[in-house]
Structures are given as C-alpha cells and as structure tokens.
Design a protein around this ligand. Sequence first.
Ligand code: MRU
Length: 366
Amino acid sequence: MRVRGKHYKTVWMNARSVFLIDQTLLPFRFKIVRAATHRDTCEAIRAMTVRGAGAIGAAAAFAMAQAFAEAPPRGLEDYARKARQRIESTRPTAQNLFYAVKRVFDRAVRSRDPKKAAADEAASLARKDEEDCRRIGEIGNALIKDGASVGTHCNAGWLAFVDYGTALSPVYAAARGGKKIFVYVDETRPRGQGARLTAWELRNERIPHAIIPDNAAAYFFSKKKIDLVIVGADRIAANGDAANKIGTLEKAVCAKEFGVPFYVAAPTSTFDPGCRSGEEIPIEERSEDEVLYQSGPGPRGKEGRIRVASPGSRALNPAFDVTPAKFLTGILTEKGILRPSRENVAYLFRGKENEKTETGKTPAQV
Ligand code: MRU
C-alpha cells in the first residue's frame, strides 16, 4: 500500500529483525519500528503496535523465525518451544497467530536446518497472506456495484494484514477499477480502529468516506444509505460463526432486520476447525483504561490521554464478539464466497481431515 507515494507492507522481516508500522501512532504519525528479537516482536503484538488478524499472524510467524535464529545449538527445540508459548500468549483471539506459529514451528523442527526452514516458512506465510488478500479483493469486487455505499467496522484493511486487507480489499479493487463508491466507517470504540486507521487508509487511497458513530449504523440502514456491509474476522468456527471486533454482532443483527447484505471477509487461515461453534472462541478482555480514556495528540501535538468517563466508575472491555452464522450473507475467502454452514466450512478443509489443527483436534473430530 502506498503512503506518501512509497509502497509499504504492514510488517516484514529483514535479516533477524522484524519491521512494523507503529499502528498506535496512526493517523497522527507514520513511524516504522524495529523489533530486534522475538521478545520485542511479542511485545509489539501485545501492545498492538501491530494489530489485525493477518498482520498479527505474520508478525507471530516472524517472531517464531527470530526465536529459531536466536536459539543456542544445544537446546534449540526447548528454546523454540518456550518462545512459541510466549508468542501464543500475546493475544488470544486471532486464529492467524496460532495457525502461523504452528506452521513455522512444525516445519522447522522437522528440518535438518531449522533456522533456515523457520525463516523460509515465515516468509512464505507472509507472501500467502498478501496473495490471499489480493484475491479476496478480486472476488469481493463483484459484490460492489458502481455507485454503491459500503459499511465497515473496525479496520480490516491493509494495516490489519501484510497488504491489501480483507474487508477493504474489494473496496480498493472496486475503486481502482473505476467504480464510484462511498464507505461508511464505524468509529469502533474504544480504540477507534475505524476512525483512526480505516479512515486514514481510505484517505490515502482517495476513497470518499465518512466516519459514523458506533451507534449510528441502524439509523443509516433504516434510511437505506448502506447497500452492503463487509467486515473482517479474527476467528471463524467450524459452523461459520465469526468472531470480529466488538460491535460487529449488533451491526449484523440490525443489517438482517433491514435487509442489508452482511459479509465477512477472511482468508482460510482465519478458520479454526478446532472450534465447533463461536461459543468456543476465546474472547480477549482488555484494559478498562481503553474505555475510560482516549488518547491522541494535544494542542501542541504532544501525544497524551484524557479521561472521558465519570471518575471513579469502572469499565468492562471485551475486545471481540461472535456473530452467529445465521446473520451472515456470506464469507468471502480467497477460494470464493461461502454460504456459512458447517458443511461449507468442512468443504474448505477437505483432504485435511486427519491433519491436527492448532487446538490439537482434526477437522474430522470437530
Ligand atoms: O484488536 P485488533 O485491532 O487486533 O482487532 C482485530 C481487528 O482489526 C478486527 O476485528 C478486524 O475487523 C478483523 S482483523 C482483520
């Protein structure tokens, strides 16, 4: 994706270092940070310097490769195993993280040259993420008519992946193909990924859009202003239930009531056949400070935070919710558009019935 005329990926690895666009500073400052060790990369994931399912997955793959590169020749596997646990405990919901770490770890421990195998596998996962997202854009473009208005929640654009994004990839493909489109961007409290990141991406791409309050979607649906909604996903269960940023569920329920098509866009690396339904998807609980305070540059441009809630009150902050498959019109993947059902998700994993998933079950056992 271009920023000030230059092409960037969200996360990449060079030699033993991982480089990341610092998403905590956007849209006010554009800064690349370097994570020199796997512990630094873990901290970047935990602190949401890098965020979004695919970008977290790529960063986790690179962290695993860094750990193999750092490991002493004796006790290499033990070092890598501990690093794997550390990486897997950074954030619990995005399936791409667990998928990527397992892929890199398994390939490395089976290889005669684990350090090289880990680096190669991580690089190949990052390339696959990018390619899947590009393909999702091509496929999803067909859903967007010239003149359409698209709603989206949170940020599932290029910042949430290595490049292109999922929910926004069809929007970019449509705009580049000359279609006139307008995007309604939910602000996505409490961290404001819509207002801060999606709006910034769309502005870079010169795509007309407006940020709307999180509680305004039903109003715009009722006024027939939004033709379709496309959101991302952090984990999709075997029955098609999809976990995504908190607030997605209520948008999907409202969209159904008003007859607005509601799509989830995600690569197959976001599916977790080890979760039978959305009930089994772990939901991250984040600090109440994200609800009680807002941060940004003050009048002199210095980053700071202010309290926006009544002093003394506590807050609850679940970061994700699960939208049952029945509210989804379709799931947009790199392999095509799926009607969400257990049979259709199983079809994606055909031929892999005996392969163990990250949760230790095989798709056939689910
Ligand atoms: O907490 P985040 O910002 O890492 O959340 C992930 C998300 O950006 C969203 O849930 C998104 O819609 C799906 S991730 C591609």
